[in-house]
Design a protein around this ligand. Structure first.
Ligand code: ADP
Length: 264
């Protein structure tokens, strides 16, 4: 597996507050970081931006409920009649002194997250049971995890013993002027389009909890801006870029389209 950031180009990231500073303080002090916030609000982009800024290799793992400790740490593979050890992304990040980013960490099984414990406290070691190695993390290694508190249910919350090993940063959707800057930075769209899309998103976000499971994400606004820039009618682009991605209920969708139509 290759790091996600093979070159030193720094991905665009529009800060919302002092998160860049906080990340640097945590990294310098060898502290692991937990980022919580709704889907599509910039958590992954922030981590890739910081990795590039600090010149560190980044290994990203999208967690799911079948993820095993071996998927993170590594496994023996058979090839050419021989058995070879193959590092997983977590082990790679530790060996290279990079960043390992576990996205939606609460999706991973509890026994999987336990492998993180000795790395996420002051021991900073990764025991590899299968090979008998005990890897000591170099100073530049950083563990970053994220999750969306909105998806949490009783079974899926993070164990306090895991959670209390991290410095925790809360993300939310950016303020309107910042979200407009994200859209312009990402898509080079007209400022007026950015303003209208952000206005739609905020009107729809106000409806969340009533009709919608999830709020309109910045990611969906980026998609819609790209479609409009490519010549699509803004109302049609908002339907496929925003509304239909938020709900399967046709009546709710029509209600949301009224908000769109009132904006364009
Ligand atoms: P998350 O990891 O929180 O689900 P992402 O980081 O993948 O969300 O963000 C989704 C998309 O939204 C990104 O690919 C990017 O286009 C855009 N985006 C969101 N927030 C920002 C930001 N602050 N700066 C730059 N792009 C952003």
């Amino acid at each position: 597996m290759k790091p996600d950031t093979p070159n030193l180009d720094i991905p665009f990231y529009q800060p919302a507050g002092d998160e860049v500073d906080i990340f640097q303080h945590a990294w310098k002090n060898r502290l692991p970081l937990l980022i919580k916030g709704p889907t599509g609000c910039g958590k992954t982009r922030f981590v890739s931006h910081m990795a590039a800024r600090l010149g560190l290799p980044l290994y990203t793992v999208a967690c799911h409920d079948d993820l095993t400790a071996s998927d993170l740490v590594g496994r023996h593979l058979i090839g050419d009649g021989k058995t070879m050890w193959c590092d997983g992304p977590l082990t790679r990040a530790v060996r290279e002194g990079g960043i390992c980013y576990l996205d939606e960490v609460v999706e991973a099984r509890k026994d999987t997250t336990v492998v993180l414990h000795p790395l996420a406290d002051d021991r900073r070691v990764l025991p590899i049971d299968r090979t008998g190695e005990l890897l000591e993390a170099p100073p530049s290694f950083m563990l970053v995890v994220s999750y969306n508190p909105g998806y949490q249910n009783l079974l899926k919350g993070m164990k306090p013993s895991t959670r209390q090993r991290f410095v925790s940063l809360r993300f939310d959707f950016p303020r309107p002027e910042q979200e407009e800057a994200v859209l312009i930075g990402e898509t080079a769209c007209a400022p007026d389009l950015a303003k209208r899309l952000v206005a739609i998103a905020n009107a729809l976000r106000a409806l969340k909890d009533r009709d919608l499971e999830e709020a309109a994400s910045t990611r969906l606004l980026v998609y819609t801006a790209l479609l409009v820039k490519d010549g699509m009618d803004p109302v049609a682009a908002s339907r496929v870029g925003i509304v239909e991605s938020l709900t399967d209920d046709a009546d709710v969708a029509e209600g949301l389209m009224e908000v769109v139509a009132a904006t364009f």
